[in-house]
Design a protein around this ligand. Structure first.
Ligand SMILES: [Zn+2]
Length: 283
């Protein structure tokens, strides 16, 4: 069983938890770090002969076109993380259409390849924003990977399916939702394998969770951000809990990912579509 490796490509000043400190018009003045952090990951993936999906912001594409080119030339999939890291919950349908279309056009112009997928900033496809699936389908996407079937203060649809499913079907077009990975314990879903959950939980737990997920016959989806592998980034004071959640284990995270890349087999979403009989996985 191959699992799916994904990276949400954003700068250290983009995440929702710090965005109140960095209005978009100040982004150009901040210390750029995304390029060197992505290079670290490209090197690691290359050494393991692993392919991943990079969900990139339109902003990053315009600023670092060569970086996006290198991702594509190395055989990785480049997909959309929106244009300027605005949560879908804060957009009207028209604003979302414009934001997504702009990011898709920017990527396609650089890679020359059709964009197939989207990951919403801060997993902001929730009950109230499921209208966004219609717009994704309208813009030609084949999949979305934005729903976290858990309870969380910022995101999540706790009772959403844990397995990939058809979010929307129109004529012969389908949009598949790939939810973030969870362990079901009793009747509750617990997140694992991405962002803070990957950093905070011990490695043995993440390995156990991936194996357990695979036993259900499904690929686990791992996700991380380039800044989560950057111990030298400017440290922000975010309050006790948030600071802990944001920076915990950043020093050891690259090593953790390295071990997971050795222990399991990985692929991009695009490879999953090409290699697997998708119908076997859908519920
Ligand atoms: Zn993001």
């Amino acid at each position: 069983m191959k699992n799916i490796l994904s990276i949400d490509v954003e700068e250290w000043f983009h995440p929702e938890a710090v965005q109140h400190l960095f209005p978009p018009d100040s982004w150009d003045e901040r210390e750029p770090r995304v390029e060197r952090n992505v290079e670290k990951l490209l090197e690691l993936f290359d050494s393991k002969k692993t392919k991943a999906t990079f969900f990139v912001l339109g902003w990053t594409v315009r600023k670092y076109p060569q970086l996006i080119k290198r991702m594509a030339e190395a055989g990785h999939e480049v997909a959309s993380h929106g244009n300027s890291h605005r949560m879908v919950t804060k957009l009207t349908p028209d604003e979302f259409r414009e934001d997504l279309a702009e990011s898709i056009a920017a990527i396609q112009e650089i890679t020359g390849k059709k964009v197939l997928g989207f990951r919403a900033p801060t997993f902001s496809i929730v009950k109230e924003t499921r209208w966004a699936w219609e717009i994704m389908l309208e813009l030609g996407l084949a999949y979305d990977s934005s729903v976290y079937p858990i309870w969380h203060d910022r995101y999540g649809i706790p009772d959403a399916p844990r397995h990939p499913y058809i979010a929307l079907e129109k004529e012969s077009q389908k949009l598949i939702e790939f939810p973030m990975p969870t362990l079901k314990i009793g009747n509750k879903n617990f997140p694992f394998g991405g962002g803070g959950y990957l950093r905070i939980f011990p490695l043995w737990f993440t390995k156990y969770a991936i194996k357990k997920f695979n036993k259900e016959g499904l690929p686990a989806i791992i996700y991380a951000h380039p800044w989560e592998f950057d111990p030298e980034q400017p440290r922000l004071e975010l309050g006790k809990v948030q600071t802990w959640r944001h920076y915990y284990n950043i020093n050891t995270n690259l090593n953790k990912l390295d071990v997971l890349l050795d222990r399991f087999e990985w692929m991009s979403f695009k490879d999953f579509f090409e290699q697997e009989t998708l119908d076997n996985f859908l519920i």
